[in-house]
Write a protein that binds this ligand. Structure first.
Ligand code: EPZ
Length: 430
């Protein structure tokens, strides 16, 4: 079984290159089925979720060529299936983006109900409400969401909750509908904007992405394009917090600082120095960390995908901090693991009350989901002594070469597969 072996205590120092955003790449890949012409995508992260989606797309007849590790060419002119139900696709949340994309182009889609990280109840009622408003029939049968429409017609849709997935899915379904669609109370995340830019580069007419009202005028067809995915806001934020947690000095390169404002603001509040340039940010943590309060919110608020990472930092900060999770109700599962490393955190409902401790101590821990897994790795890197982190397949869903990038910053971390590898690592680090 693969796991990370980590010897903590080294401040992370140096520069790290941030890859393309997983949560932008996934809908962009799905939307590529909406044209018969070839689509070239650059800055594609090589992570498990994008690879599972690419594989499912190949299975329905999309011709996928990886021209290098981060470039992919797709041609969907010969799609042979509108039913997507391979075993792996159920495991990723973004499988549902194929519903909006296939429905938008072919007016029919049957896709296995999505899985994803177990971070709470992940309803899809807003997606369904949007598809129905556009004129589609939607049924859930035998584990599949089945949608069909004779015609899709533009509609005025008010979202009851701010949902990234539903905004994206409705946007894709509406791009080729007759007339105009207005999505009110839409999500404003950078990846929503990136998908809109991608679709516009294929000839769509989408305005307002990045605000809470998106207007889409339907077009009759979309053409091929060349597009580069935006940098990953959460990968960047994770490495910024790695600097804070290990008292290090890390520069994240190839980022859009505007997308990182809420993360930067919190790092400043807890006593880190942050220097911004055009496409990089340096975080220096030379002073003791201070307590703060944070509530996760839709963009531009503090991202739920950074909640475990900031909690790990606040666990080492002076005084009492409060973290409120307002997006997913089950996103504190990692706290038990952190407690085993010496953290003093009490969870009440959607709030964590954190009394900072002076250090964590190494332990054998498991990643309960993607972001929590990455956050526990940060905790292990700051901890005194030796740790192992199991279930790293979760981390591999969204972080490319995580341990190699950390090694590049001076971390003592290795991916080990056997007890023998583990013993070798222990001997090496002494
Ligand atoms: C996306 O999930 C991301 N996933 C998540 O990232 C991220 O945590 C989340 O947005 C919030 O930013 C992908 O982009 C693949 P939502 P999504 O729909 O789209 C409720 C990661 O670590 N809701 O914005 O599933 C829902 O229950 C992952 O990379 C409804 O009630 O999130 C939640 O409380 C984890 N009905 C809230 O809205 C709906 O129909 C936000 O969910 C849809 C959502």
């Amino acid at each position: 079984m693969e796991q990370y072996a980590i010897k903590g205590g080294n401040p992370l120092v140096g520069e790290v290159e941030i890859g393309g955003a997983k949560n932008a790449a996934l809908p962009i890949l799905a939307a590529s089925v909406m044209t018969d012409e070839t689509v070239y995508i650059e800055n594609m992260p090589d992570v498990r979720d994008t690879n599972v989606l690419l594989c499912a797309m190949e299975n329905i007849g999309v011709i996928v060529k990886r021209t290098d590790r981060h470039k992919v060419t797709l041609n969907a002119s010969n799609i042979s299936e509108l039913v997507v139900e391979d075993e792996n696709i159920k495991k990723i949340r973004a499988s549902y983006y194929l519903i909006g994309a296939l429905l938008g182009k072919y007016k029919h889609a049957e896709v296995a109900l999505p899985g994803g990280c177990d971070i709470g109840c992940r309803a899809i009622d807003q997606h369904i409400k949007g598809f129905r408003a556009l004129g589609a029939e939607v049924k859930i049968e035998h584990g599949l969401i089945k949608t069909h429409a004779e015609h899709l017609r533009g509609s005025h849709i008010y979202m009851d909750v701010v949902s990234v997935g539903a905004t994206i899915n409705i946007m894709m379904a509406a791009v080729m509908a007759e007339g105009t669609t207005i999505i009110e109370n839409s999500a404003k995340e950078p990846h929503v904007v990136d998908l809109a830019n991608f679709l516009n580069s294929m000839g769509a007419n989408i305005k307002g992405a990045g605000t809470d009202v998106i207007r889409i005028k339907g077009v009759s067809h979309l053409h091929g394009t060349e597009y580069a995915v935006i940098p990953d806001q959460i990968e960047a934020g994770t490495f910024m917090f790695a600097a804070a947690v290990t008292k290090g000095d890390v520069t994240v390169k190839n980022v859009i600082p505007k997308h990182l404002e809420s993360i930067t603001a919190k790092l400043l509040e807890i006593g880190c120095e942050v220097e911004e340039a055009d496409d990089c940010i340096r975080v220096v943590a030379s002073k003791p960390l201070q307590h703060t309060q944070v509530k996760t919110l839709p963009y531009p608020g503090f991202p739920t995908d950074m909640q475990p990472q900031i909690t790990v930092a606040l666990g080492l900060s002076k005084g009492t901090s409060i973290v409120t999770e307002s997006i997913f109700e089950n996103r504190f599962k990692y706290v038990d693991e952190l407690t085993r490393m010496g953290a003093n955190i009490k969870v009440e409902g959607n709030t964590a009350i954190i009394d900072g401790v002076s250090r964590y101590t190494g332990a054998n821990i498991s990643a309960p989901d993607l972001r929590a897994g990455a956050a526990l790795v940060l905790a292990a890197m700051s901890a005194e002594g030796f740790s192992t982190v199991d279930d790293i397949r979760y981390i591999e869903r969204g972080y490319e070469d995580f341990h190699l990038k950390l090694q590049g910053l001076g971390a003592q971390i290795e991916l080990v597969e056997t007890e023998r590898d583990l013993q070798k690592f222990k001997l090496k680090i002494g």
